[in-house]
Structures are given as structure tokens and as C-alpha cells.
Design a protein around this ligand. Structure first.
Ligand SMILES: [Zn+2]
Length: 469
């Protein structure tokens, strides 16, 4: 059955080369390719690749790729959590392009789902299932792109490397990108990479915004530890660790850390200012022109916390621990601060500033080891970014294309730290879907109509970046 499908789909593609001197255009009959895209995507969603079972997805990918003559390699620190690499060779005139996606999905609470979370059920125009957004659309788009490059025999200036990686959601054991970067980096080393970390917004049935992820904040968490003398709860003490800790948490929680724009956030707010209603636009312009910045920040802090976070290294208290009994003064109390640093932050200097804000020798700042390295932002003036921008503009006429900095962290950190210019993408969804059916939410779903243009987007970018001109 699979083989028959492949034969039929192969006819759906034609490759046309324009007259000499102009760029080659690789035409795919997208209408004819739709059934195959949907079948691949649903097959992947139907694989329960919850962290710990990623090899199940790797087995599927290996079978599909090898059936069409694309060799694969698997790399596994844990046999149940393998990574898969496939490479289509170019002529070596340019450095490789890495397209990657993670195979693992977060867990499910089955009772919250109206359908089987691993059924890839099609209902109301959506495909429902865990991983339907995070990250199987990217995995599908990358897979289909590899298959089509091979079927069409497209000559490449760069190698195109496909990586399906495990353990993105929780990689405490280091089985995924950390393992690949540490032990098998030559297999995935590239000039550019493209993976999850961006997205597009649909308003009134039309894509109005396309975000290309170019940067992310760096987790730099710490514990505040206050110490004092333990004692009886009936006797107040000035060195009560709880009192000192509470004061420190209050100070850092309200601390307005310095605001700073970088290339990505500056371009982001500039583009948003151009398309926002007047009140919002003037807020963004204040940030850009450093005028009335205090008012603009106050507005964002109250109304748009994620944009407020994009302006600075943020400090958010998340855990408090202290006390063993109602009548016991504890000798130690601690708080966890989720600190997310700007990509260019001098983190030692930042901790030193924080110590000054706390201004209490009884409270020590202890670093929590991080699983992701510090990583610089990717540049906007690269061939890759400019092609990604151009393809988005062509696919969605009238949409605003803007670079974005994630306040969260992803596996792009490890790639950027190794000098790869890495960019984030994602399929389009409405604001209502982003709120009600988000990645990691109780229920996940993707509009079927968003899947096909997304695959086409990946194809267009990969062929324009990697195919021989
Ligand atoms: Zn993801």
C-alpha cells in the first residue's frame, strides 16, 4: 500500500528549470501531494512518542526514508530514545542546511480529551492529537521535503541534513540535542538550521503575521538561600531566615531590571508599530525612541507581560521552601527565581546587581545548573533569513513578517551556541486556537488547512536556500 502511494505521489511532482541565469523553480503539485502530507502527518501523530518512547517515531521515519533510497543513521544514548539523521548530499559549494524537529511529545491526561489523543482524529476541519502542534507539523514538513528533494533529484549546493531528535521537552538525561551536539556534532554541523520556534497568526481567515524565531532568552535560574539561627516560635529573632528571605523575594520580584533592545526585538517592535492601532503603536514607538519609556513599560507590564519580558532579563519567583513546624523558627529558607536572560546578558554582572538590590548579607544567591547553554541571537542579514522572509511574504501577501525572540528556551540554544544560524517556524493558527488549544495544553489540535501551506513554506525555503542556482 505504501509503495503504491509513493508511486502515485511521485507523478505529482514536476521540476522546471527556467532559462539560464535565472533561479531554478521547483514546482510541486501541492493539490496532488495533499493526501500524502496528511497521511504522513497523521501517522506521526498516531505514534505515542511521549518522552521515553521516541524510538517508535524514529522507526517510522527510518522506514519511510529508506523505502525511497534515503539512507539514515540512528544515534542513541538510550535505545528507547533514539535520534535519526538523514543527509542528502550537495555539491559542497556551500555549507549544509539542517532541518530538525523533535519527536517527543508531552504527556496526556486522557480524561481531558474529547477524542483519542493518539488517534489523529479529523473533526471540524482539525486534526486532533498530542503533538499535532508540537512538534509533528515541523517533523512532517521536514520529512516530506526530504522525500520530494530525492524524488525530484534536485541538485543541491548544500547538503540538506534531516534530524529527528528526542528529549526536547525534558532532556534531563541529555539524550537529544545535548547528546548529538556533544558526541555527533559533525553529523549535524551546518551553516543554517530551521526548526520550531516561530509561527503565524490567522485573523478573519487570513494570515496577517508571520513570526520567524531568531533569538531566545537564556534560562539562568538561581536559588536565594537565607540563613539564621533556629529557635522557638514564641521568641522573635532579628535573624529569622523567613523574614530575610521574604524581604529579598519582595525586592527582586518588584525590581525593574534594565530595559535593552537587540536587533531582533528592535525590528519586532518597529514592524508591530507600523501595523498596530494608534495607542499600541505609540507605546512601541516610545520604546524605540527611548521617550516616555517608563509609561510604555508600565503599560506593557500590565497589559502585555510577554512583550514586557522581551525587553529585559526577567526575574520571577516561582518556589518558596521553609519551615518544619508552626512553633519552630527555621535556620534556612529558600526561594527559586526563574531568571530569563537576554541573549547578550553579562550574567555574572547581573547577579552582582541583584545582590545589591537584595542588600542583605544573610541572603546568598546560588546558581542552579542549566541544561541549555548561553546562545547568541541569530542574525537577520543572512541569506537564510532573507529567503524565509521573502517566501513568507510571497505565500501570504499583505502579512507582516517579523523576527521574534522567544521568552522561553528551545533546542535552538544548543545550535546557536555552536555558531549555527538557527531560525524558528511554525504553522498558522487563530488567536482563539492559540489560547484554547496551545502546545502542551490539555487538548492539542491543528487546522488541516494550516498544514499544507506550512509544508509548502518549508519546501520553498529549503529549495531556495539549498538547491543549485
Ligand atoms: Zn516543541
Amino acid at each position: 500500500m505504501k509503495r503504491l502511494l509513493v508511486a502515485v505521489f511521485a507523478v505529482a511532482a514536476v521540476c522546471t528549470l527556467h532559462a539560464q541565469g535565472s533561479a531554478p523553480e521547483h514546482r510541486v503539485d501541492w493539490n496532488k501531494l495533499r493526501p500524502e502530507i496528511l497521511e504522513r502527518y497523521r501517522s506521526l501523530v498516531q505514534i505515542d512518542s511521549t518522552a521515553g518512547n521516541e524510538t517508535l517515531a524514529v522507526d517510522y521515519l527510518k522506514k519511510v526514508l529508506e523505502a525511497e533510497g534515503i539512507p539514515t543513521q540512528t544515534f542513541a544514548l538510550d535505545p528507547k530514545r533514539a535520534n535519526l539523521v538523514a543527509r542528502l548530499k550537495g555539491n559542497g559549494s556551500k555549507r549544509p542546511l539542517l532541518i530538525l524537529a523533535h519527536t517527543d511529545v508531552v504527556g496526556v491526561q486522557r480524561e481531558k480529551w474529547p477524542v483519542d489523543p493518539f488517534g489523529a482524529v479529523m473533526k471540524d476541519g482539525y486534526v486532533w492529537g498530542r503533538g499535532s502542534k508540537d512538534d509533528k507539523p515541523v517533523l512532517t514538513a521536514n520529512l516530506v521535503t526530504m522525500l520530494m528533494l530525492k524524488r525530484l533529484g534536485i541538485p543541491l549546493d548544500r547538503d540538506v541534513i534531516f534530524l529527528a531528535e528526542s528529549g526536547e521537552e525534558a532532556d534531563l538525561a541529555g539524550v537529544g540535542i545535548n547528546y548529538m551536539v556533544r558526541e555527533h556534532f559533525p553529523e549535524i554541523d551546518a551553516e543554517f538550521a530551521m526548526t520550531e520556534g516561530g509561527g503565524a497568526r490567522i485573523d478573519d481567515g487570513r494570515v496577517t503575521r508571520v513570526n520567524i524565531g531568531t533569538a531566545e532568552k537564556i534560562p539562568a535560574r538561581v536559588r536565594l538561600v537565607a540563613t539564621g539561627i533556629a529557635g522557638h516560635g514564641s521568641v522573635p529573632r532579628l535573624d529569622n531566615a523567613l523574614v530575610h528571605l521574604a524581604a529579598a523575594v519582595e525586592k527582586v520580584g518588584r525590581w525593574e531590571t534594565p530595559m535593552r533592545l537587540n536587533e531582533t526585538t528592535r525590528a519586532y517592535f518597529e514592524k508591530l508599530a507600523a501595523i498596530s492601532p494608534p495607542e499600541r503603536a505609540s507605546i512601541y514607538r516610545s520604546l524605540l525612541e527611548s521617550k516616555s519609556v517608563g509609561d510604555a513599560q508600565k503599560f506593557l507590564r500590565e497589559r502585555s507581560p510577554s512583550e514586557y519580558s522581551m525587553l529585559r532579563t526577567s526575574v520571577v519567583p516561582t518556589i518558596l521552601k521553609a519551615g518544619v513546624g508552626a512553633n519552630v523558627i527555621p535556620s534556612e529558607a529558600e526561594a527559586t527565581l526563574d531568571i530569563r536572560a537576554l541573549p547578550d546578558e553579562n550574567i555574572e554582572g547581573f547577579y552582582a546587581e541583584m545582590a545589591k538590590v537584595i542588600n542583605d548579607p544573610a541572603v546568598k544567591i546560588e546558581r542552579i545548573p542549566q541544561t541549555r547553554p548561553a546562545s547568541p541571537a541569530s542574525k537577520l542579514q543572512t541569506e537564510m533569513y532573507q529567503i524565509m522572509e521573502r517566501v513568507a511574504q510571497k505565500m501570504y501577501p499583505g502579512a507582516t513578517v517579523l523576527p521574534s525572540m522567544s521568552t522561553g528556551a528551545s533546542d535552538q540554544a544548543q545550535l546557536r551556541a555552536k555558531g549555527i544560524q538557527s531560525y524558528g517556524i511554525g504553522p498558522a493558527s487563530t488567536e482563539a486556537d492559540e489560547i484554547n488549544y496551545p502546545a502542551h495544553g490539555d487538548v492539542e489540535r491543528l487546522a488541516e488547512s494550516s498544514l499544507y501551506p506550512f509544508v509548502q513554506y518549508v519546501w520553498d525555503v529549503v529549495t531556495q536556500v539549498a538547491a543549485s542556482k
